[in-house]
Design a protein around this ligand. Sequence first.
Ligand code: SF4
Length: 327
Amino acid sequence: MSEYLLEVSNLKMHFPVYGGIFRRQTGKVHAVDGVSLKIKAGETVGLVGESGCGKTTVGRAVLRLYNLSGGEVFFDGDNISRMTQGDLRLLRRNMQMIFQDPFESLDARQTIGEIIEEPFIIHKIGTAETRRDEIEKLLSRVGLSGSAITRFPHEFSGGQRQRIGIARAIALKPKLVVCDEPVSALDVSIQSQILNLLLDLQSEMNLTYLFIAHDLSVVKHISDNIAVMYLGKIVEYTDADSIYKNPLHPYTQALISAIPVPDPSVRNKKTVLSGDVPSPLNPPSGCRFHTRCPVAFDRCKADEPELLPAPGIEGEEHLVACHLVNS
Ligand code: SF4
């Protein structure tokens, strides 16, 4: 049995694009192009990158909400890459998702009780009475009162709605939770409360998280390891401490330099990246970051760098895809 709960190998997600009067396929969006990562049970991997880099697509693909274009996903020892939706149904109770927008992810017409009861009904668990007990315990566990059961989502604040989303995600005691930017729609003052709740639940329930964020400062305290994504690929992967203390890829360095420093006497040297992320419909040749990289050189336009162990670093796994680092 593998020591990893989740193993993703060379995952690819390409989406066809149709155009013209005959609606023929005119191209493919290379949303994810060869992503590999592993997460041990009870640990968290943070997946970070600007919007459009493919990180949410990775999260949805590992839950098999899509049919994969390529690569493999192993969950708890099972290869789920080509499983039918019928077979996946049995596994779904162990794999849940917390969504980015707590305003859109809850059905406005259902009461909170009905929303949290849904997974129990889908998986035919318990009776109406035992389910009500479970719902009350879940609400209390996420910091809400039992009276929420009969109320509707619009009666709650953003932070409270995210607590409801978390209660629904943990209702069936899953092993893996994909957290898709769960705090980015919330006020900064609420973000740390939700992050602390996720950390508490993880240690109580031995949850494993794939935590998706566009901001490196958000994943710092919650992640054991961090993968930085750019345009469908992982460009750097290591433990959370190393990524902040010793970022090696120019893109990671730029993301870290953009994190505000709370001490006004400390002046952070910011690396401002020029231009936007190129289109995944037609990614740049060679290193996909070369069009924005401040230290790009000739080889970068022609050769695609592999994600390799960084030279000179021993005793830890620090992978980087950059010719400058690996030459
Ligand atoms: Fe920059 Fe070249 Fe390294 Fe890509 S391979 S990050 S373009 S130096």
